[in-house]
Ligand binder design. Structure first.
Ligand code: G6P
Length: 609
């Protein structure tokens, strides 16, 4: 939620900031702003709407500066507007950007108002900039003023601060929201995500929780949460910045759907050589921890939660290990009984989702034998705070609607099921059977992606509709949930998913010719039952769109359209059947003319509650 960029150089940094913001738009895109500092002081430009609008305004006004901070916003306190856009200022010579939420902002605001400060916005952030101003007035230098203010803040924040009287310094703080420092040659930067800075550097320092940094053109000084000088190591990014660009594709989401065979291949590489080596993918501590596992608790949000739901079917069915799955925002706020020998598993593309992180931080019970993160970002908080890690190798995912992150998470989860299952006595012959299926996976995903054209033609039937129903049974039920989530996220068509057996307990009342019903129908042991459910839909005039392979023997007829899928082994079917559902949502959204990569009101990285 919200993206920050900052830069300090001996040249104009406007373009570095604007380019960085564009690459962070996945974090929020309702308003944006920049504050630039040169020998004449600070100039600020803000605009409601996307970064492109800010870019035009900044160029029209020819704003320049050698030090600057910038922000793209996802509104929490106060509606999207120019007045609420960051940077916020106090006294005309102090500017600040913030990502996160200040929980005690009202009490701080009351104190500041009593002290004579006038607020220009409805944001929680504005209290921070006035508090820093107040501390400067009391004689503190900028670095010390920010430290003093940080002690008063409750909640989550990453901050970038500049002040006209110390023009060659950029102050950054990280507490609960991500922040990275980028190292250039005679210039340095900050950003919420290293992706923002890849056009200018591939060398990064990841700040730890509570760290505060003073950044100049030729130096970085960091102190930790207790105010003691700290050394943080430098990491080199090993991809190219084209990895995060659209290339020949019309949308990031489209590119990311078609990258799935390669992303899955990368996620599998060196991990599925043999049953004995599967465990290596989870880190050195895995053998000792896995031996103690009696049950698994999975916690995640959004699409990652759906991956967890699929894993539950696999864990219980293949490995015989009991498993619970819960959305993080519920899990973290209820008392739960932790069975002895529980492995706590988080799933997250970003590794920064606030609720998932909070759930992880609340796993003190001795009944947890270990914490495993299945994550796409190795520098993320989730990875750093978990003793076991499985890195999905999806590469940067920019589209807000998650695609390749989901299918690589499923791939990782299936490896987990086999690795854990082996410790519990699952026969190597059984494991080899699933490994052979996994080896076919990139190719089967390729075949499913090749159905793009027929899916595009199916999508026309959805464009004018207001509601849709997705049905699946067993392990395909979470796949149906994911299909419905994709459609609602990017096309704004109301979509619900049901386990097909529940149809007659309510949703059948909604079915008529205006309600397309999508059925995920691989040739598995529940197929015949699903077919009966589909008859119930057809008998009520519902139009059916069935995704099935030839062996399922579902025939096209009036009101029944069939997408012919490749024949897929049962275990990996949920991964393969996800792809046509992604493509369906993509094409419906394109036909409806919505903003596919940045759907309204959403953001990719939800770093606030
Ligand atoms: C947001 C994104 C989803 C994502 C969810 C969880 O809602 O739009 O695509 O599934 O957050 O994010 P995570 O990074 O934890 O997987």
């Amino acid at each position: 939620m919200c993206g920050i960029v900052g830069a300090i150089a001996q040249r104009n940094v406007t373009n570095i900031l604007i380019t960085g913001l564009k690459r962070l738009e996945y974090r929020g895109y309702d308003s944006a702003g920049v504050a630039l500092l040169d020998d004449n002081g600070i100039t600020r430009v803000r605009r409601q709407g996307k970064v492109a609008g800010l870019e035009d305004a900044a160029h029209e006004q020819s704003v320049t500066g050698f030090t600057g901070i910038a922000h793209t916003r996802w509104a929490t306190h106060g509606k999207p507007s120019e007045a609420n856009a960051h940077p916020h200022m106090s006294g005309g010579d102090l500017a600040l950007v913030h990502n996160g939420i200040i929980e005690n902002f009202q009490a701080l605001k009351d104190e500041l108002e009593a002290a004579g400060y006038h607020f220009q916005s409805q944001t929680d952030t504005e209290v921070i900039v006035h508090l820093v101003h107040q501390a400067l007035d009391q004689g503190l230098a900028l670095f010390d003023a920010v430290s003093a203010v940080a002690k008063k803040l409750e909640g989550a924040y990453a901050l970038g601060v500049i002040h006209a009287s110390e023009p060659h310094k950029l102050i950054a703080v990280r507490s609960g929201s991500p922040l990275v420092i980028g190292l250039g040659i005679d210039e340095n930067y900050i950003a919420s995500d290293q992706l923002a800075l890849l056009p200018v550097t591939n060398r990064f320092i990841f700040l730890e929780e509570g760290d505060q940094a003073e950044i100049t053109v030729d130096g970085i000084r960091i102190v930790d949460a207790s105010g003691v000088a700290a050394e943080r190591s430098i990491h080199e990014f090993d991809g190219t910045h084209e990895d995060a660009e659209k290339g020949e594709y019309r949308h990031y989401m489209q590119k990311e759907i078609f990258e799935q065979p390669a992303a899955i291949q990368k996620t599998l590489e060196e991990r599925i050589d043999s049953p004995e080596t599967l465990i290596n993918a989870f880190g050195e501590k895995a053998p000792a921890i896995f031996d103690q596992v009696k049950t698994v608790q999975i916690v995640a949000c959004g699409t990652s939660y759906h991956a967890g739901m699929v894993a539950r079917y696999w864990l219980e069915d293949i490995a015989g290990i009991p498993c619970q799955v819960e959305v993080a925002s519920e899990f973290r706020y209820r008392n739960h009984v932790v069975p002895e020998g529980t492995l706590f598993v988080t799933i997250s593309q970003s590794g920064e989702t606030a609720d998932t992180l909070a759930a992880l931080r609340d796993t003190a019970s001795p009944n947890y034998v270990g914490r495993l993160a299945i994550c796409n970002v190795d520098s993320s908080s989730l990875v750093r705070e978990s003793e076991l890690v499985f890195l999905t190798k999806a590469g940067p995912e920019i589209g807000v609607a998650s695609t390749k992150a989901f299918t690589t998470q499923l791939t990782g989860l299936l490896i987990l099921v086999l690795a854990l299952g082996r410790r519990k006595g699952l026969a190597d012959s059984e494991i080899e059977k699933v490994l052979a299926e996994l080896r076919q996976l990139p190719n089967l995903i390729e075949q499913a992606s090749a159905l793009d054209k027929p899916i595009e033609s199916l999508s026309e039937a959805f464009v004018e509709k207001h509601h849709t129903l997705f049905l699946g049974r067993g392990v395909q039920y979470p796949v149906a949930l994911e299909g419905a989530l994709k459609l609602k996220e990017i096309s704004y068509i109301h979509a619900e998913a049901y386990p097909a057996g529940e149809l007659k307990h309510g949703p059948l009342a909604l079915v008529d010719s205006e309600m397309p019903v999508v059925a995920v129908a691989p040739n598995d042991e529940l197929l015949e039952k699903l077919k009966s459910n589909l008859q119930e839909v057809r008998a009520r005039g519902g139009e059916l769109f069935v995704f099935a392979d030839k062996n399922a023997h579902v025939k096209e007829s009036e009101g029944v359209r069939v997408l012919n899928m490749p024949a897929v082994p049962e275990t990996i079917a949920p991964i393969v059947y996800t792809v046509p559902l992604q493509l369906l949502s993509y094409h419906v959204a394109v036909l409806r003319g919505t903003d596919v990569d940045q759907p309204r009101n959403l953001a990719k990285s939800v770093t606030v509650e």
